[in-house]
Write a protein that binds this ligand. Sequence first.
Ligand code: SF4
Ligand code: SF4
Length: 262
Amino acid sequence: MKASPVPKIAVWKFASCDGCQLSLLDCEDELLQLAELVHIANFLEASSRVESGPYDVSLVEGSITTEHDRERILEVRRQSKYLIAIGACATSGGIQALRNGASVEDFIRQVYAHPEYISTLRDSTPMSAHVSVDYELYGCPINKTQLLEVISALLQGRKPRVFSHSVCVDCKLRGTPCLTVTRGLTCLGPVTHAGCEALCPSYGRGCFGCYGPKESSNPSSLVSHLHEHLGVPFVELRRLLSSFTTQAAPFVEARKRFPPGT
Ligand code: SF4
Ligand code: SF4
């Protein structure tokens, strides 16, 4: 693929709430600087002007939930030198993946007045289930500073420097006392990828894992500990592991310890 003199960026939406694209718009001052270095050729959230590919970098938000999505992501991949999946929807199927393993027909009947108009795949799946992905950026929504770092790194031909430590480390860095140790609250901070600067614990609320599992984490062990030592009921632990990154493999594995009915 022939690269253009000024790198061309495209932003794509699949099944999603647009929150991750808004994180890019939320860059404000940095976005103006970025616009001087790259050519934003396709970003419907910001402009109706669309230029055709190929693109140097495609930022892809959302999950694959329809046959049309499946065809479209193949075309996006074909037109993109680098494809970056942004956010929990694109990296693990998002909250809409709560339907995976349940009856999608039941959901459609409950939600839509005219279910006959709905055409959907049984599961909501991440980009990586359909195409090769060059980088995955976690979060619901993503952290705008991490996003700028990933774009800069790709444009400079280097590896992105995105911290891979847990939310716990950020609690320590900002001086937030551990909610589990000091207040006995349930928190997924020890197994959740950093990126939010420990937002929820700083407001006295346990982390529910919206940045997804951190590399080499052991959610199964953490939830067993929470059950055995803090008496957290199975139903609450299942719910905790079934939110924005419900289909992330380590969370799926941990839920197997508490099958429905236990
Ligand atoms: S990851 Fe969260 S914020 Fe981003 S599009 Fe999906 S639901 Fe919205
Ligand atoms: S749920 Fe966890 S990862 Fe998500 S914003 Fe709250 S503390 Fe951060």
